[in-house]
Design a protein around this ligand. Structure first.
Ligand code: PMP
Length: 401
């Protein structure tokens, strides 16, 4: 069988990343890894989940936890989320919330909802690798999202049309972005909404890290600013994607979309066709744990991750040679390094593993065109403070060499 004869055209853009093989080596115990952008498992609220799962499995609740349920998601969880959204400036009802299997599923559905082959998606340069992976299946063309750009909307629209489609959305990881750690400020958010209005396109606000602020003032969510402009969530163009992966635990696969009912209604149909609904058991347990300890747990995460963030920034200040620039994130899990022009993050990773036993993710992969190879992403979420000191020292030594 020649499988390539029967594959859909969309599969041509599904590819394993060049660095996967290298990242497989990271299990070796002597390697200090700043590669994985994942939460520290030592911080999972496992006791609370163990109790919640036991409770969900006892008595009549078990039937609900093990049965099929509605595509929209478990109502008490949607109501809890709607309450939290209201608290961050997004007044909405449970009908404005769809539970997804992680926010990754939301990105896939939004690609499916908006993109026909040849349509244009505006994304950050760099942007979240998993968003490019999700959108690629719908065969878009990417252009660089720059909220403060003064490119004429007519020109952007004409180029999209010449490429065979239209500008459908701007996607961004809005707070403590994956991969740069940066947050778009309020002025940038307003400018982005102006741009989206001029282009008549949607905005996808990926707020996966929004709760993990360690310093500075909260910036209103883009959806909140959109509601302020347009009076009600029903009149907005922003689709907000939230997740419990970074605050409670990613293995539950519980995320959500918050948007106008018209968008939610279409996504519900999509979810029905794709997987009927997210795990009932996961949703019920997530609701119990979120209801009882979300704020206290997030406070604990903040204090641990903040200590690691400060440690990494201090180590970078000490160890990085002249010519290396890096972001100073106020939250999240990532610091983004820009090396001198001409250096290559992927080649550096091979040497970093072989010679210094330290790892990171090369930055080229986060760019839709693979450019800016002189960049890399460091994650401070899973390393101890001692490992951070030692790992950054090793990286500095390699860069100086
Ligand atoms: N968005 C961003 C910016 C992420 O970093 C991640 C996970 N790394 C996701 C979405 C997907 O997370 P999940 O599906 O677990 O909610």
């Amino acid at each position: 069988m020649q499988w390539t004869d029967v594959l859909a055209s969309r599969t041509t853009r599904m590819k394993a990343s060049e660095i996967r093989e290298l990242l497989k080596l990271l299990d070796q115990p002597d390697i200090i890894s700043f590669a994985g952008g994942i939460p520290d498992p030592a911080l999972f609220p496992s006791d609370a989940f163990s109790q919640a799962f036991a409770e969900a499995m006892s008595g009549p609740k078990a039937a609900q936890a093990l049965q099929y349920s509605v595509s929209e998601g478990y109502l008490p969880l949607r109501e809890w989320i709607a309450g939290r959204m209201a608290a961050i400036g997004i007044p909405c009802a449970a009908d404005n919330i769809l539970i997804t299997s992680g926010s990754q599923q939301a990105l896939d559905y939004l690609g499916k909802l908006f993109l026909s082959p040849g349509d244009t998606a505006m994304v950050g340069w760099p942007t979240y690798l998993g968003a490019l992976g999700a959108f690629n299946a719908y065969e878009p063309r990417y252009v660089r999202l720059d909220p403060l750009s003064n490119a004429a909307p007519e020109a952007v629209r004409a180029e999209a049309k010449a490429a065979g489609g239209a500008v459908k959305f701007a996607y961004l990881s809005s707070d403590f972005a994956n991969p740069t750690g940066e947050t778009l400020d309020q002025r940038g958010r307003e400018a982005l909404l102006d741009q989206a209005e001029a282009l008549n396109c949607a905005v996808i606000e990926d707020a996966a890290y929004q709760s993990l602020r360690y310093e500075g003032e909260d910036v209103p969510p883009i959806l909140a600013l959109d509601i302020r402009r347009n009076g009600s969530i029903e009149n907005t163009r922003t689709v907000y994607c939230g997740s419990f992966s970074k605050t409670l635990a990613p293995g539950l696969r519980v995320g959500w979309v918050c948007a106008a009912r018209e968008v939610i209604g279409r996504l519900v149909l999509m979810k029905q066709a794709a997987d009927l609904h997210s795990s009932s058991l996961s949703q019920i347990a997530t609701h119990m744990v979120a209801r009882d300890l979300f704020d206290a747990h997030v406070a604990k995460l903040r204090s641990t991750y903040n200590a690691r963030r400060l440690r990494m920034l201090a180590a970078l200040d000490r160890e990085m040679p002249e010519g290396v620039r890096y972001t100073r994130p106020e939250g999240g899990m990532f610091v983004w390094l820009t090396l001198p022009e001409g250096m290559d993050g992927a080649q550096l990773l091979a040497r970093a593993i072989a010679e210094e036993r330290v790892a990171f993710v090369p930055g080229g992969a986060f760019h839709a065109d693979g450019s800016n190879r002189n960049t890399l992403r460091l994650s401070f979420s899973c390393a101890s403070e001692a490992q951070i000191d030692e790992g950054i020292k090793r990286l500095g030594r390699l860069l100086r060499a």
